[in-house]
Design a protein around this ligand. Sequence first.
Ligand SMILES: [Fe+2]
Ligand SMILES: [Fe+2]
Length: 163
Amino acid sequence: MSKTYDNLMEAFAGESQANRKYLAFAAQADKEGCTQAAKLFRAAAEAETIHALRHFSNAKNVKSTAENLQAAIAGEVHENLNMYPGMIADAENEGEKGIARYLDMVCKVEGIHAELYKDVAAAPSAAGEDYYVCPVCGFISKGAFSGKCPVCGAPGEKFYTVK
Ligand SMILES: [Fe+2]
Ligand SMILES: [Fe+2]
């Protein structure tokens, strides 16, 4: 890969992080009553998303949906089988039990994401039910959800749908 490709992907990573960082900062600014700072954080978050998406497409990493689904599966499987297990072990070794439990929850959710992607990859243009997301752990349910989140125990009424 070229230096330009590497630069675009490095910038994509940075701008993607800046987007979420600014949204977290905006929520904190709202809590402190700093509304102008909150507005600027949200505006800048939008701008960084524009940059991130343009970097990613200029790097030619948006392909056909069939290919994108395979990329998504590979990413989720990597997180589930390699990335988070290593991080959980590191947290345990450092005595960060709470962080280890938290990462274990996220790790489980990534495995479920991988399975959902595999289902859709089998028939990418088939219609299906809407998805519902747990606001606590990121578990995704295919179809309306009631009861408690199977991963974190959050109540089903808190789930929200994404189309
Ligand atoms: Fe995921
Ligand atoms: Fe959950």
